[in-house]
Design a protein around this ligand. Structure first.
Ligand code: DQA
Length: 148
């Protein structure tokens, strides 16, 4: 099983960016952790981060056209207004779990709306980087169910 972890704008600054909100782990740490957790679970995790909407959309299309079984996606601020990203997710069959490090519902009002959530398989918010791990676990268990 192959999983893509996709991170959107400003998440390359993890660890340095508002650590009180997003924690001290860097993106590199997070990516290494997810790759290793994947290995333990016999899953291949590939990682991509971009600050550009079009590149994230291209990756979603590519996930569909290659052997990716699921996407763990933190679209950053695009979550709240990118209909193009929402349409990209709606247009692929590959399941996408939306992850947010912070509890967006406790923050500014503009963060309370996700235009992506209605087309995502599920959403995890507010659990820090553990949210990415839980999304990986969800994909693992789903695959287990299919094998039963
Ligand atoms: C975020 C929440 C978004 O509102 C914000 O724009 C981000 C990160 C999170 O992980 O909590 O860039 O997606």
């Amino acid at each position: 099983m192959k999983i893509l972890m996709l991170n959107g704008p400003n998440l390359n600054r993890l660890g340095k960016r508002e650590p009180g909100i997003y924690g001290v782990s860097t993106l590199k740490n997070l990516e290494e952790r997810m790759i290793n957790l994947g290995k333990e679970r016999k899953m291949e995790v590939v990682c991509f981060q971009s600050n550009h909407e079009g590149e994230l959309i291209d990756k979603l299309h590519e996930a569909e056209d290659t052997e990716i079984d699921g996407v763990i996606f933190n679209p950053g601020a695009f979550t709240h207004y990118s209909y193009a990203i929402r349409d990209a997710i709606a247009g692929i069959t590959c399941p996408v779990i939306e992850v947010h490090i912070s509890n967006v519902y406790q923050r500014e009002e503009f963060r309370h709306k996700s235009v992506v959530a209605p087309v995502a398989k599920g959403q995890i918010a507010g659990l820090g980087i553990l949210g990415y791990e839980l999304a990986l676990e969800a994909f693992k268990r789903e695959a287990g169910k299919e094998e039963e």
